[in-house]
Design a protein. Structure first.
Lengths: 461, 109
């Protein structure tokens, strides 16, 4: 709760600091704010509090996921160097919008009431619509903003209709009370409840980019400036999956049989579409967009498993995925800035010779996303798969996921091959700012550290 | 003001349910078939208002104020969405002099 208030105040302060002529102070200030929020958030550990008449609960689950999201934002911000250098960029507004959308993300993991879930999703999304179109003169950015906005508000309507139908069936928005309500006895109410549940699942699946509601993802990720794509791929997805799991766990545990077929169908479809789609992409950014769809599929597998191991699996997977995504999108942003916006695989040719550091970071990130041992991504996948195995009768899903993960190695390795095996040609050295280099090194260390000693964070919840 | 829920209750609940489902369906069909960004946007608003109607009716029938409070939240959020949405549409109109979504095809799967 304190972190929500602090983030809102800091966002406004950031806007006012934007009036100053020099833009140099903005980045250190925003980083300082986020470090404060990160620290304050940790104070809530093992100290469960409820707020606003039981509408928000800050428990360990909320604190852990807030921690991931604040940390990710902290790691993303230093990549805004090109905005600091440009004269006409509204840097203070971008930082403020990121801080405000983080407020929505925190509400999405701490809600105790469907009203708060809706408000959280909207705070997060509306800020993202603006940021998707932040490059006003680029038609691609415009198109991404419009697509994201129209589809996002459409699926918000679907989500709302679901919430209302569930309210009609149970008479409450509180997720614990919904879980306790017995609606199965009455035929009409049961139909309303099932329809509402289906619409709710569709609405949230859209937010985490699960197939068949993924069609916006590649287009929006590609058109959005890379700096904000990083935020979309990490914070928005983490918040969405955490909210999804919390919803199912608290409100719909009793109606497991009625949502399980839908969720397992979505999961299988997401895994297949994400991994197969990524293979045929010509540009690295679109490949990463499809890979983020496939990671939504792996994250949804924990929901299919739905047992004691799920929470920790989601936590570890989100953390490893977020850190690896910051690395891959961060390197992509640095490379495309140096290559006049070229996002194809050819832009990475010879990076191993011109920038050994960037090439190494990108390699570690690709290995982590692919799930190769000694990186955090390997244990992320391991925990998810063991959660599914523990259910006993879903081994076929794990087999499918492992096969598709092997497909994933193919398209991740393509980047590594371009960096180390291809001649540099006309590609010159990529300039890297001090902050960005520091962040990339921290992320690499984290990825390898969690890959060697996953026990540090894997049993927190 | 006390009698407004009673007036709402003079119509059976099923009617509200069918009415708002129909309104919602019209909105969905509009979003899927129209090409003008502003009309698509209007259809989205229609969907949100279908939700509002149903919420008000359900809250009156249950004698529970929570549902009606939620209507205010939806209205406020819809207003914020209108701001951002119209700004995005104006930005696009400035660049391509049209609000036809079919002209936006630079990004393809």
């Amino acid at each position: 709760m304190t972190s929500i208030i602090l983030l809102s105040v800091f966002g406004i302060v950031n806007l006012f600091v934007g009036f100053l002529k020099s833009k140099k102070i903005l980045l250190p200030l925003a980083l300082l704010f986020l470090i404060v929020v990160f620290g304050v958030n940790l104070l809530g550990w093992n100290n469960t509090q409820t707020y606003f008449n039981n509408m928000l609960t800050i428990d360990n689950y909320a604190v852990a996921f807030t921690g991931i999201m604040v940390l990710t934002t902290l790691l993303i911000l230093p990549f805004s160097q090109s905005y600091i250098d440009a004269e006409d960029e509204n840097l203070a507004e971008y930082y403020s919008l990121l801080l405000f959308s983080l407020v929505g993300a925190i509400m999405m993991v701490a809600y105790e009431n469907l009203i708060m879930l809706f408000i959280g999703i909207e705070i997060l999304s509306i800020a993202m619509y603006v940021l998707a179109g932040s490059n006003k003169r680029s038609l691609r950015s415009n198109e991404a903003a419009l697509k994201y906005f129209l589809m996002g508000s459409f699926f918000t309507g679907v989500l709302l209709f679901g919430i209302v139908l569930i309210y009609g069936a149970t008479g409450t928005f509180d997720i614990t009370e919904i879980g306790a309500a017995n609606v199965m006895a009455d035929g009409t109410m049961n139909t309303m409840f099932t329809m509402g549940l289906l619409l709710l699942v569709i609405g949230i699946s859209f937010k985490i980019a699960a197939a068949p509601f993924h069609f916006w993802t590649p287009d929006v990720y590609e058109g959005t400036p890379t700096f904000f794509t990083t935020f979309m791929a990490t914070v928005v997805k983490t918040a969405g999956v955490a909210a999804f799991y919390k919803l199912m766990n608290a409100a719909f545990e009793g109606s497991f049989t009625s949502w399980f077929p839908t969720v397992i169908a979505i999961t299988v479809l997401t895994l297949v579409v994400g991994n197969i789609g990524a293979v045929i992409q010509p540009s690295v950014k679109r490949m990463l967009a499809y890979s983020s769809i496939s990671h939504a599929g792996y994250l949804l597998m924990t929901l299919v498993a739905f047992n004691d191991l799920s929470e920790n699996a989601i936590f570890f997977y989100s953390l490893s995925y977020a850190v690896a995504s910051v690395m891959s999108f961060g390197v992509l942003k640095l490379v495309e800035d140096a290559r006049e916006g070229n996002q194809s695989f050819a832009a990475f040719n010879g990076l191993g010779k011109t920038n050994p550091l960037l090439a190494f970071v990108m390699t570690v990130s690709m290995f982590s996303l692919a799930g190769i041992p000694l990186t955090a991504g390997f244990f992320g996948k391991l925990f998810v798969f063991s959660a599914v195995i523990a259910t006993g009768n879903l081994t076929w899903l794990v087999v499918l996921a492992v096969i598709l993960a092997a497909v994933g190695i193919y398209y991740y390795i393509k980047v590594v091959i371009a960096m180390y095996m291809q001649p540099a040609g006309e590609n010159t050295k990529v300039p890297v700012s001090g902050f960005a280099a520091l962040v990339l090194i921290i992320c690499t260390i984290l990825t390898i550290l969690f890959g060697i000693a996953p026990g540090l964070v894997s049993n927190m919840l | 003001m006390n009698q407004i829920p009673e007036i709402i209750r003079t119509v059976p609940l099923e009617y509200y349910l069918f009415f708002s489902t129909a309104l919602f369906a019209i909105g969905v069909i509009g979003v899927l078939t129209r090409r003008n960004a502003i009309i698509i946007f209007m259809c989205v608003e229609l969907m949100l208002n279908a939700v509002n109607v149903l919420l008000t009716a359900l809250a009156s029938y249950r004698g529970d104020a929570t549902g009606q409070v939620f209507v205010f939240f939806i209205m406020a959020v819809a207003a914020a969405e209108v701001c951002v949405g119209l700004a995005i549409i104006v930005m696009i109109y400035r660049n391509i002099r049209s609000t036809d979504v079919q002209l936006l095809n630079r990004l393809k799967w």
